[in-house]
Ligand binder design. Structure first.
Ligand code: FES
Length: 160
């Protein structure tokens, strides 16, 4: 015997509701996945920037063993904390230590012994090798200059 009082459209309503529920859950899941995929790298970047700043602030000086022996007209790349830096022994026997991160977009700069300046290969920026002053190309600011102490068997580079 069949139930003649039952509404023949009722199963369709239930089916419609479960489809809507499924779509709602799927859209929510995809949205949460997108938020996580975008938000986590941003969180990691911001968190690591804070850690890097703290690590840099903790470094006051670096002693470079045997760096007192580098020949005139050459440079030695080293790390000042987590940042690349360079120690230059000039032909006139003066010493200069500079941060080696370009102030334009952060590429690592190199000493150009032939031209006697510091060059950034990314966009052609140049800096004065004695003062760190930006003298050509797009860099907006000079390089940070460190204090240099030449010892009998090492060179100590410290914040000014
Ligand atoms: S990053 Fe050095 S000139 Fe652009």
């Amino acid at each position: 015997m069949s139930d003649l009082t039952a509404d023949p459209t009722e199963p369709q309503v239930d089916e419609e509701m479960s489809r809507r529920g499924f779509v709602r859950v799927a859209v929510t899941g995809v949205t949460l996945a997108y938020v996580a995929a975008i938000g986590y790298p941003i969180y990691r970047y911001l968190n690591s920037s804070v850690e890097k700043s703290a690590a840099m602030a903790a470094v006051k000086d670096v002693t470079l063993d045997k760096a007192n022996d580098i020949p005139k007209g050459t440079a030695l790349m080293f790390k000042f904390g987590i940042r690349p830096a360079m120690l230059i022994h000039h032909e006139d026997d003066s010493w200069v230590a500079l941060d080696a991160v370009c102030t334009h977009m952060g590429c690592t700069v190199k000493f150009d012994a032939a031209k006697g300046n510091i060059h950034c290969a990314c966009h052609g920026g140049t800096y004065d090798a004695k003062t760190g002053q930006n003298i050509g190309g797009p860099p907006p600011r000079p390089l940070t200059v460190y204090k240099v102490a030449v010892n009998p068997t090492s060179v100590t580079v410290s914040r000014v």
